[in-house]
Ligand binder design. Structure first.
Ligand SMILES: Nc1ncnc2c1ncn2[C@@H]1O[C@H](COP(=O)(O)OP(=O)(O)OP(=O)(O)O)[C@@H](O)[C@H]1O
Ligand SMILES: [Mg+2]
Length: 296
């Protein structure tokens, strides 16, 4: 079966730092695959290379066996059917939940700008359909009654689900989730795990997720890839990874260049403050930044 995603010797450098080195990764259709590794291992950099935020120095990213994603802008990658969520939630804080989802339709609306200007019947039909679908999506993520709430007023777990609903509006074939349960309580984490399974089982979406909570990783993944200092140090089924000495060492070893120590594999709780985790995404414009809508 053709993989949905394949990276070939993917390499990304920042000055003298190699954040990702010669990474080969294959994700088959309808798989839930995880990428794990200590802080700074290159996980988010991988997502940024796939989704068009960063251009890799070497290597390739192949979507559905045909299309190279290298050189495409984020909106072009999204248009092909790849959606993502972010390590630190990115929502339009002062827009309603429904409006946040409608932003995700941007890629799918077909009316021309002239049609938009004069609000032709076709334009109106598209808008109505998008609104109806957005309501269905809200219900699907368990936020049925929250359409008119401002995003900033939603509880943390609900904001994460709203971000996911927006990603789904693009009808992705591949969904990239960067620490989807970070900062969640155990109950919210359980819900999110069940929800990710539903996305795969009911919508047939292939999922690649970055996670620090090992209960989540081991509970829902069929394939686990372990990065350390930008290198793949292990890959396999969850049970194999859990028993791999190199993986255990990477997690238990004190980082030479890190302020925060790597977290042990068997301590489940996700980081208390996901915003405290160092992320390159912080250096990118945020969704509540007026620049951000223009970037899409
Ligand atoms: N835009 C950037 N400019 C410079 N260095 C960067 C940039 N983005 C990432 N890095 C560096 O690349 C390395 C990998 O970062 P990355 O964010 O991919 O790690 P991560 O595995 O996602 O870590 P975490 O678990 O903390 O989120 C780190 O050393 C980071 O400081
Ligand atoms: Mg990260």
């Amino acid at each position: 079966m053709t993989p949905v995603l394949e990276t070939r010797r993917l390499t990304k450098r920042f000055g003298g730092l190699t954040a990702l080195q010669d990474l080969d990764l294959v994700v088959s259709e309808r798989t839930i695959a995880s990428v794990i590794g200590p802080n700074g291992a290159g996980k988010t950099t991988l997502f940024n290379c796939i989704s068009g935020f960063y251009a890799p120095e070497e290597g390739d990213v192949i979507f559905c066996g045909r299309r190279s994603l290298v050189g495409l802008a984020p909106d072009q990658v999204a248009h092909l059917g790849i959606s993502r969520t972010y390590q630190n939630i990115r929502l339009f804080a002062n827009m309603t939940a429904l409006e946040n989802i409608l932003v995700g339709y941007h890629n799918r609306l077909t009316a021309t700008w002239i049609a938009s200007l004069f609000r032709t019947p076709r334009q109106r039909r598209e808008e109505e359909r998008a609104l109806q679908e957005a309501r269905q999506l809200l219900a699907f993520v368990g936020l049925g009654g929250c359409g008119d709430e401002l995003a900033r007023n939603l509880p943390y777990g609900a904001q994460r689900r709203l971000e996911l609903a927006r990603a789904l509006a693009n009808q992705p074939r591949l969904l990239l989730l960067d620490e989807p349960t970070a900062g969640m309580n155990p109950h919210e984490t359980e819900d999110m795990m069940a929800f990710i399974r539903r996305l795969r089982d009911e919508l047939g979406v292939t999922i690649l997720l970055i996670e620090h909570d090992m209960r989540v990783v081991m509970g829902i993944s069929e394939q686990v890839t372990v990065l350390d200092y930008g290198l793949k140090i292990a890959e396999g089924r969850p049970a194999e990874i859990q028993a791999n000495p190199r993986v255990i060492e990477a997690y238990l070893g004190q980082r030479r260049d890190e302020v925060s120590p790597a977290r042990p594999m068997d301590t489940g709780p996700p980081m208390a403050d996901p915003a405290a985790s160092r992320a390159d995404v912080d250096r990118l414009p945020r969704s509540d930044d007026p620049e951000e809508p223009l970037r899409r």
